[in-house]
Design a protein around this ligand. Structure first.
Ligand code: PNS
Length: 162
């Protein structure tokens, strides 16, 4: 079975992430969206909440699973018997860091490949942090995150729905 692991913070999932998940679900038998437990960042949503938001946004994709992991991504990849890490690339600015991580992961295990899907152009400017900033400052984020995620963001930020 061809398993692809799509790791990330997903705080929260955006339509850019969803685009990558949808497209990779056509390339793999199973895609596991893996939320990293990264304690160095101050998240808006807890790990459980982020998993739930991803679940609700991917219900129609039968070969997509949602999970979380702690520690080294490569250990998690081994635990899941996967051989492919899926990443989305938005712009050249993403490239340097992603390239570094891909090479480090290859150093850790050369049998595991990182594949990059180019984000669809309409989402190339999109990031979870920008979505949170715009929403915090009262801007409209409709169309940037899955519709079912909007009320959760506004509730967290104590904002009225726009
Ligand atoms: O959505 P993000 O925050 O850009 O995702 C980054 C992520 C989770 C892919 C990266 O931080 C990661 O792989 N973390 C797990 C720890 C690890 O394996 N670090 C070494 C990476 S080469």
């Amino acid at each position: 079975m061809k398993i692809g692991i799509y790791p990330g913070s997903f705080d929260p999932i955006t339509n850019g992430h969803l685009d990558i998940i949808r497209r990779s679900s056509k390339l793999f038998d199973k895609v596991i969206v893996a939320v990293v437990k990264n304690y160095s960042k101050k998240p808006l949503f807890s790990i459980e909440e982020r998993e739930d938001l991803i679940h609700r946004s991917t219900r129609d994709l039968s070969n997509v699973e949602v999970d979380s992991f702690e520690g080294l991504l490569m250990d998690y990849i081994h635990e899941k018997n996967a051989k492919v890490i899926i990443k989305g690339l938005r712009a050249i600015s993403d490239f340097e860091y992603e390239f570094q991580m891909a090479l480090m992961n290859r150093k850790l295990d050369s049998d595991v490949e990182t594949i990059f899907l180019m984000t669809s152009s309409e989402y190339s400017f999109l990031s979870s942090s920008l979505v949170k900033e715009v929403a915090t400052l009262g801007g409209c984020i409709t169309g940037l995150v899955p519709d079912n995620v909007l009320p959760d963001i506004y509730r967290k930020l104590n904002k009225n729905t726009k």
